[in-house]
Every structure is written in structure tokens, then in C-alpha cells.
Design a protein around this ligand. Structure first.
Ligand SMILES: NC(=O)c1ccc[n+]([C@@H]2O[C@H](COP(=O)([O-])OP(=O)(O)OC[C@H]3O[C@@H](n4cnc5c(N)ncnc54)[C@H](O)[C@@H]3O)[C@@H](O)[C@H]2O)c1
Length: 324
């Protein structure tokens, strides 16, 4: 059985990846600062979900603090899955410094750890937002990424570049996964699908930036987690789009939630936010060919599962705050 170091382990995607690894009998040492970028109560609850596995241990530490990183137990990890980050395009306009520090300096610290500990494999979580404005075009990994619209995208591009230099200099095998808007159980309260489900169910007004015709290649967290685990194989240095390849509009998302909850959403439309692009649409041929991965859940199935999870867990979800 393998041993993995997962940074951002009690984050949304980290929880799902860790759970699959633990269910397969592997050991996961997680690192997370449990910061308050969004309501941290949900991070504590995710931690409880993972802590039922004996082979899970969480280290509460900040990846920007190099002296803390030196305290990671001396375990020969088979791979490091680096997910810890400040995420979110709009929020990165409000506090760009913390984004650059966490996503660039934090990644550098993790790469240095990999170098010192002679880790053979690392996986980095990156983002479709690197592609900037793509006007509904199908986007493969060779698409230019030199016009990032936000500090978040800049920070992730920088993290990717650091990874390449560490691969080149120290022969660390690295897979970079560019995720396309992820949703699902234990989601992020600052993201649209989580917010919309909760607010519509509570008969509260939802905010839509722009006219709602913008599209996203929403990808279910189970598919993203499986793709990330598939990318643990030795590969050299490669970048993969992990997206559903079936974009839907924000207005469509809202209609689907309305019909599943049998409620009408009260909507407030605000001007388009300059951090937002009009579309994302992943070409996933490379991940299909090299990782033998493709998404398994349609948007309708994934959304239904997410709403059913919400309904089952409503008792504690009621107290989770969404910043509307
Ligand atoms: N959710 C998406 O749609 C999406 C899309 C593209 C890329 N990503 C990337 O995937 C990764 C995981 O995203 P997520 O949606 O699970 O976000 P998340 O915020 O739920 O998870 C990130 C975790 O990292 C932790 N963290 C942040 N800064 C830290 C620090 N300095 N030290 C230690 N831990 C720290 C947070 O507490 C959090 O639990 C991130 O790198 C994100 O940029 C996510």
C-alpha cells in the first residue's frame, strides 16, 4: 500500500481524493491550515469524515511557513498531491498578496520539500482560468496561457512554471491538472452551485453576475478526484485538462436546481464581473489517451447527487455561511 502526502487535504477536492485513496487502503498524511477563506466549519466536518480512517492523519500547518514544513514526519511518500491554495478568481482581486504568497511561495516550499525528501512524484492542482477569455472555443492544453485575467490565474501559472523547473533540475515526475469549475458533495460555500442550492432552498435571493448566459464546463468532484489519482502514474512532465467537456450556462444550472428543489429562485442580476470569463470548454483528449480517464457523471446526474447530498445533510449545512 502506498503513502501519500496531500496538501489542502480537508479542502473540497482534497477530501474526495483522500477518501478514495484511504478506501483503497493507502495511507494519507494531510496538511491543511483550515483557514477562513470560506466558513471553516465545513473543513472541520470534512476532517471528521476522513478521520474515521485509521490511516489518515492531519497536520494543521501553513505551507508558507518553511520551518513548519521541516516538521513533516520522515515518511518515504510515494507521491505528493499538492492542492493547498487560495482559490477563486474574484476573491483574488480583493487580496492578491495572499494568493501570490500561498500559491507561489507555498508551492515553492512544497517543491523544496519534494527535493529534500527525494519524492519521485508530485501532482499540482491548476486551473482552467489560466486560459483567460476563450469565447466558447474548445481548449486544449497547448492553448496560450499568457493573458491571465486575475492574480489567481497568475499565481497558478507561476506555480506550473516552478514545477517545470523542479522537474528539469531535480527529475521530479510531475503531473499538472487544470481543473474546470468543480462541484459536488462537501463543496465550497463560496462557489456558485453550493450557494445557489442553499439559497434557493432557503427562499433567499441569489446573485448572478452578468446575464447568466456565460457557460462553465462544470466537472463533478468524483470525476476530478479519479482523474487526479490516475495522474499519479509516472509520466515525466505533463499538463492535463480535467473537465467534463459539456459546458452549461449559469441560467441552466439555476433552472435545474429550481426543478429539483421544486422552488422558484429569486434572482438579482448584477453587471458582469471583470474576473469572470464568458466560457470554459475543455478538450480532454490528452487525459483520455494518457491517463485512460474520462468523466463518468453527466451534469444532470452530478447535480442531482449534489442536491441529494445537500438534502441529507441539511441539519448542519443550515449553519454554514455562504457569502452572497
Ligand atoms: N474547485 C474548483 O473549481 C477548482 C478549479 C480549478 C482549480 N482548483 C484548485 O484545486 C485545489 C483545491 O481546490 P478546492 O476547491 O478544494 O479549494 P479549497 O479551498 O476547498 O481547498 C484548499 C485547501 O487548502 C488549504 N490551504 C489554503 N492555504 C493554505 C496554506 N497556506 N497552508 C496549508 N493549507 C492551506 C485550505 O484550508 C483548504 O482546505 C486548489 O489548488 C485550487 O486552486 C479548484
Amino acid at each position: 500500500m502506498a503513502k501519500y502526502l496531500v496538501t489542502g487535504a480537508v479542502g473540497f477536492i482534497g477530501t474526495q481524493i483522500s477518501k478514495i485513496l484511504l478506501e483503497s487502503g493507502h495511507t494519507v498524511i494531510g496538511i491543511d491550515s483550515l483557514n477562513d477563506a470560506y466558513d471553516p466549519t465545513i473543513k472541520q466536518i470534512r476532517n471528521k469524515e476522513l478521520s474515521i480512517f485509521q490511516e489518515f492523519k492531519l497536520l494543521n500547518m501553513d505551507i508558507c511557513n518553511n520551518s513548519l514544513i521541516k516538521e513533516i514526519p520522515d515518511v518515504q511518500f510515494d507521491a505528493v498531491i499538492h492542492l493547498a491554495a487560495r482559490a477563486g478568481v474574484r476573491q483574488s482581486l480583493e487580496s492578491p498578496g495572499i494568493y501570490l504568497e500561498t500559491n507561489i511561495l507555498g508551492t515553492l516550499n512544497i517543491l523544496e520539500f519534494c527535493r529534500d525528501a527525494k519524492i519521485k512524484k508530485m501532482v499540482l492542482a491548476s486551473t482552467s482560468s489560466l486560459y483567460g477569455e476563450t469565447n466558447s472555443r474548445l481548449i486544449d492544453e497547448a492553448n496560450p496561457t499568457d493573458l491571465p485575467l486575475t492574480p489567481y490565474s497568475v499565481s497558478k501559472k507561476s506555480a506550473e512554471l516552478l514545477c517545470y523547473s523542479y522537474h528539469y533540475q531535480y527529475d521530479i515526475d510531475i503531473s499538472i491538472n487544470r481543473y474546470f469549475t468543480v462541484y459536488g458533495q462537501f463543496g465550497r460555500p463560496d462557489m456558485s452551485i453550493f450557494k445557489f442550492i442553499k439559497l434557493i432552498d432557503e427562499n433567499k435571493t441569489i446573485t448572478v453576475f452578468g446575464d447568466g448566459t456565460q457557460t462553465r464546463d462544470f466537472t463533478h468532484v468524483d470525476d476530478v478526484a479519479r482523474g487526479t489519482i490516475a495522474s499519479l502514474k509516472p509520466i515525466g512532465f505533463e499538463i492535463f485538462n480535467l473537465g467534463s467537456h459539456s459546458p452549461v450556462s449559469i441560467n441552466h444550472v439555476i433552472s435545474c436546481i429550481e426543478s429539483k428543489l421544486n422552488k422558484n429562485a429569486s434572482r438579482e442580476y448584477l453587471p458582469k464581473n471583470n474576473a469572470d470569463v464568458s466560457s470554459t470548454f475543455a478538450n480532454i483528449e490528452k487525459a483520455k489517451n494518457l491517463l485512460n480517464w474520462e468523466p463518468q457523471l453527466s451534469f444532470e446526474q452530478g447535480l442531482n447527487n449534489t442536491i441529494e447530498w445537500y438534502q441529507k445533510n441539511k441539519e448542519w449545512l443550515t449553519d454554514i455561511s455562504v457569502d452572497n
